[in-house]
Design a protein around this ligand. Sequence first.
Ligand code: ATP
Ligand code: MG
Length: 225
Amino acid sequence: MTSDPPPGPLGILGGTFDPPHHGHLALARSVGERLGLERVWLIPAAWPPHKPPYAITPFPLRAAMIQAAIEGDPRLGVSLIEQDTNGPSFSIDTLERLAASEAKGRRLYFIIGSDAFADLPSWHRFAELPRLASLVVVSRIGQARPTRIDELMRRHFPEFAPVADGRWQAADKNDLLHLNLPVAGISSTEVRDLARRGEDLSGLVPAPVAELIARRRLYTGQAGP
Ligand code: ATP
Ligand code: MG
């Protein structure tokens, strides 16, 4: 009789994904590969707490764009766990819920870009994140102005000590990691701006995502059913 292998480590990439783009996908894939993760889940926020008050695309459409973006790639998945949150979706709450449900028993790696990491102190209960997951901070190779990750790690997580290049540890907590990876310098803001002007999105988002944006006239100020 065979038994199922134990569930492998999971990467978690939260975001607004309005829309998802090749930068997100490259980030998820390269972290997954570097850390040997079984899969990386993209988790769209229902009500992003950090976003300026522009009209965010409705959750079901952002979820559909993520599904279209990851279609056919077994290394990537999507979780709609934040769908029903009433109020801002805080990462710490999502991790607690994941650890108690869909991701029970799995090692979790919570992935954030270095831009988001710099803002971490504004996150709800950010200091508790390493209790639930290893935090993986990713800088883009060749980034024009690389964020001073070492200094930020010291400031955000003073109880952690550096143990190796790009790794920090503290008793009874998951490690903090810093990776330099070749991810594209794309942002959703840039994609929305190009879509508003009716420009070509190929190269920035997967073709099925570009098709959805065109069909639903997203970001043009005249989105319809
Ligand atoms: P916006 O322009 O609206 O802020 P965004 O492109 O930054 O959107 P988010 O949904 O805010 O996308 O990002 C989700 C996560 O993906 C964050 O941790 C962010 O740091 C990371 N990320 C976004 N774009 C890139 C990229 N090009 N390379 C690496 N990481 C990225
Ligand atoms: Mg952003």
